[in-house]
Design a protein around this ligand. Structure first.
Ligand code: SIN
Ligand code: FE2
Length: 217
């Protein structure tokens, strides 16, 4: 009984794994905030439903997206940008919930980026087979702020490379509650997600949700 208790505590205790200079994986960091995050997510989704956007080259993305905060990351025939309004409805994006902001700020602080003040959160929804090819996050005004990325639901293989597209990426299995923070010398690192394997998650069923916090403006 005591041994079981220790094992289950060890499972949910956060731990830190250095990935590169300025990049760290905080395992389980979001677990204590899970209920608040999922409740806030349901509200956002009701106001600004997930949609699969088109790249400027005309390809429909396999990942479905929505946003909250001052502005949302969007892509269409005219390019990638942050937009203050949801192009589907014309309404402003839902405000960033306190549960989201608090978690992102705490994770950034834990990773050595105290004072991170995210103004935008891109929310990615992966269903089995969905993937994100290697890219840099570079549509933000100021690269001094880090990126904070929260994984919920089904596990995924996160690819984290270097500053050149051709640098061979490292592979990390990200599980429900894991948080990755990259900034400083890693801020423009190429990253992506391998095709999502099918599975069933107790809270999110056959989905992976990724919250990506940025200082966009
Ligand atoms: C992204 O780069 O926007 C998504 C990363 C992830 O889903 O883990
Ligand atoms: Fe990204």
């Amino acid at each position: 009984m005591t041994a079981d208790l220790f094992e289950s505590v060890a499972e949910v205790l956060p731990s830190r794994q250095a990935m590169a200079e300025g990049a760290v994986l905080l395992r389980g960091f979001a677990r204590p905030a899970e209920a608040g995050l999922l409740a806030a997510l349901r509200q956002i989704e009701a106001q600004a439903p997930f949609r699969r956007m088109f790249t400027p080259g005309g390809h429909q993305m396999s990942v479905a997206m929505t946003n909250c905060g001052c502005c949302g990351w969007v892509t269409d025939a005219s390019g990638y940008r942050y937009d203050g309004a949801d192009p589907e409805s014309g309404n402003p994006w839902p405000a960033m919930p306190a549960a989201f902001r608090d978690l992102a700020e705490a994770a950034a602080r834990e990773a050595g980026f105290a004072g991170f003040a995210p103004d935008a959160c891109l929310i990615n929804r992966y269903e089995p087979g969905a993937r994100m090819s290697l890219h840099q996050d570079r549509d933000e005004k100021d690269f001094a702020a880090p990126i904070v990325s929260v994984s919920l639901g089904l596990p995924a293989i996160f690819l984290f490379g270097g500053l050149k597209r051709t640098d061979r990426p490292q592979r990390y299995r990200l599980e429900h509650g894991d948080v990755v923070v990259w900034g400083g010398p890693s801020r423009l690192s190429f990253h992506g997600v391998a095709p999502l394997a099918d599975g069933e998650h107790p809270a999110l069923a056959r989905r992976r949700i990724n919250l990506t916090f940025r200082k966009a403006r």
